[in-house]
Design a protein around this ligand. Structure first.
Ligand SMILES: [Zn+2]
Length: 217
């Protein structure tokens, strides 16, 4: 797909969890996670007039942390009241330097920052809903009020917070694009490959389109 021209009246770039905690040297490092910053800055400096960003924003002792579950290790899966939950290393701690948006991110066009995962008992991958897929972050209302209907997503991680955001957005009726070269994934083992492969299959089935930054050239 080439020649995509974002319409300032309807289109917005969604920047998911571009925080040092998810980058090399961070608590839950995604391989190449820092490489999304220049890619996103090019999008913010050119085609997109509007953007929102999310921040993973957990209290210490959050229930998604393996350290909160005696005997459990990071990346084990447990059953929570709202469904299965991967246990992560402690990350995205409210107010910590690594939970800030990356210092090199060009923030001028970021009009809204959504913080998520601040309720101790429930995780929140998606920009729209916590992991019960019902408790809203308020983002949908903000986008509706602004008349924004086409969502282009970038950030971390492809297979978790980007994927959940894309899936929820499609379910809410948005036209959704994932800008692949402006995302990086975690890639845990999954049926038929990794969680990145699985997310891409699920998103394609939900009508989410995958593009690269070159499509905006
Ligand atoms: Zn988190």
């Amino acid at each position: 797909m080439a020649g995509l021209v974002p319409d300032p009246a309807t289109d917005i770039l969604g920047i998911i969890d571009v925080q040092p905690t998810f980058m090399p040297g961070g608590e839950l490092a995604v391989e190449g996670g820092d490489q999304v910053v220049p890619a996103i800055n090019r999008l913010l400096g050119g085609p997109f007039a509007h953007a929102f960003a999310t921040q993973d924003w957990h209290p210490a002792g959050h229930s998604s942390f393996a350290s909160s579950h005696p005997g459990k290790k990071p990346f084990e899966v447990v059953q929570m009241p709202y469904g299965q939950q991967v246990l992560w290393p402690d990350h995205g701690i409210q107010g910590s330097p690594n939970a800030e948006l990356h210092k090199d991110l060009a923030q001028a066009r970021i009009e809204l920052i959504v913080r998520k995962g601040f309720r101790r008992e429930i995780d929140s991958y998606s920009a729209f809903f916590e992991n019960d897929r019902r408790t809203t972050t308020g983002l949908h209302g903000w986008l509706q009020a602004r008349g924004l209907r086409r969502l282009f997503l970038a950030g971390l991680a492809t297979d978790y917070c980007v994927a959940y955001s894309a899936e929820d957005a499609a379910r809410l009726g948005y036209q959704v694009f994932v800008i692949e070269d402006a995302c990086r994934g975690i890639g845990l083992p999954a049926e038929g490959g990794t969680t990145i492969d699985l997310a891409k299959r699920n998103l394609a089935a939900a009508g989410v389109q995958f593009v690269t930054s070159a499509a905006f050239g």
